[in-house]
Design a protein around this ligand. Structure first.
Ligand code: PFF
Length: 425
């Protein structure tokens, strides 16, 4: 069976940016930045993306394209054995847990989109089912005709919607107050916790640490320049996060709402904001469409990790793999959703929060550390160099910098997240 491949270079960037740009950018980044020192947080976050995010993304690219396979298969092909199976297995497990709660929130995006459009929406479980249905539809079309084509259409649309919302928000009276809230640097707020929040956010938002970029890289051709792909994906992702903040806060402040609502900001406060804004009904539809596009192009990439694994390691057809992964995702998403009203809690924490906690504090950092340590210390340097040089000319200094970073700074940085997760400090 011929390996699935993406068709064009632009398509690869759109698909990977589609995965990166998601709820993490539009829902999570704005309130994190607002609460944690505005411009100062932005600076810390950009440092995390440059120093840790991009090197880890490059590592996933190298492993995925060199190993030409899913998280388990690529590690087996590079290491020539099963010693690193645990790393692939963590990625698959992580993707199952993240997909469960990600789908719940994607279901909310469906709900609010329908509400803003028709004034009514079905029950929550049906919204989750619709979100999954969109995933199945896109993934069912395959890698090139599904993931790549759909992302190539939807990502530019997302940017257009975002710019329209930014213009609307900035032209409201007193929009400066929101801009100040988002950008005015308050360095006194930069504590260790804030550094760690920025680091976790950079992982989640760049879709790292669960074999997602690795799986997409297995579909890249040798002509694809890995450096410029990583740089473009990280830039688009950061730009969208900042613009999302600019679309949200000036409107929130201008219409007299409170910005300190944390995660509820988007789903509780924004509908009210749109309600009281001139032309708000139209902008409400546009905003929730934008959120839905961002969520769906990410959700497909999470499910693709599992589909590729079943398809390549267990010789299951893509359609059969889709059926299985969809059934598991739906069951777990329903349990997560039920846990939100306080039931199904273990040790005082609901299932939704458990999945989020386990993946962001342990599984994602663990697999990222595994990838960089493997490439940095176990895999022949010559092979990595050769892989990175395919599709990009020379630049030995860049390669050396990357190698040094993934051997030292990245593992150390991630190890600190671990210790923090374990409550050591
Ligand atoms: N990057 C996505 C976001 O910011 O919402 C979430 C995500 C997608 C995380 C894919 C991990 C992943 F593999």
């Amino acid at each position: 069976m011929a390996k699935n491949k993406f068709g064009s270079k632009l398509g690869v960037v759109m698909a990977a940016a589609g995965s990166a740009v998601g709820l993490g950018n539009v829902w999570r980044f704005p309130y994190l930045a607002g609460e944690n020192g505005g411009g100062a947080f932005l600076l810390v976050y950009i440092i995390c993306v440059l120093v840790i995010g991009i090197p880890v993304m490059m590592s996933e690219f190298v492993i995925g394209r060199r190993g030409s396979g899913n998280a388990v298969g690529a590690m087996r092909s590079l290491s020539g054995g099963r010693k690193w199976d645990w790393l692939g297995a963590i990625c698959i497990l992580c993707s199952i847990l993240i997909l469960a709660f990600y789908l719940v929130v994607t279901g909310w995006c469906v709900k609010f989109f329908l509400l803003s459009l028709f004034g009514a929406a079905p029950a929550d479980w049906i919204n989750t089912l619709i979100a999954l249905g969109l995933n199945v539809l896109i993934l069912g079309l395959g890698v090139e005709k599904g993931i790549e084509k759909v992302s190539t259409v939807l990502m530019p649309l997302l940017l257009v919607l975002l710019v329209m919302l930014v213009v609307r928000s900035l032209t409201l009276p007193n929009s400066g107050e929101g801009i100040r809230f988002l950008f005015e640097p308050d360095f006194t707020k930069i504590t260790t916790d804030v550094w760690l929040a920025a680091l976790s956010q950079s992982f989640f938002t760049l879709s790292l640490g669960m074999g997602c970029m690795l799986t997409y890289a297995s579909y890249m051709k040798k002509e694809q320049n890995l450096w410029s792909t990583a740089a473009q994906v990280a830039s688009i992702d950061t730009l969208v996060a900042i613009l999302a903040g600019v679309a949200v806060f000036p409107a929130v402040f201008s219409l007299g709402f409170s910005p300190t609502e944390g995660p509820q900001l988007v789903f509780d406060v924004l509908p009210e904001v749109f309600h009281s804004m001139p032309g708000g009904s139209v902008f409400g539809v546009l905003f929730f469409l934008l959120l839905l596009i961002a969520a769906v192009t990410s959700a497909i990439s999470i499910q693709e990790i599992q589909v590729a694994y079943l398809n390549e390691q267990h010789q299951m057809s893509r359609s059969k793999a889709l059926v299985w992964t969809t059934a598991v995702a739906f069951a777990l998403a329903m349990l997560c959703s039920l846990s939100l009203d306080g039931s199904l809690s273990i040790g005082g924490r609901g299932l939704f929060d458990w999945f989020d906690y386990l993946t962001s504090k342990f599984l994602m950092p663990l697999s990222a550390i595994g990838f960089v340590l493997y490439l940095g210390w176990f895999y022949p340097t010559e092979e990595s160099r050769d892989e990175i040089k395919q599709g990009s000319e020379g630049r030995e200094w860049l390669f050396q910098t990357w190698l040094w970073t993934i051997r030292t700074v990245v593992p150390a940085g991630i190890f600190i997240i671990f210790l923090h997760g374990l409550g050591v400090f």
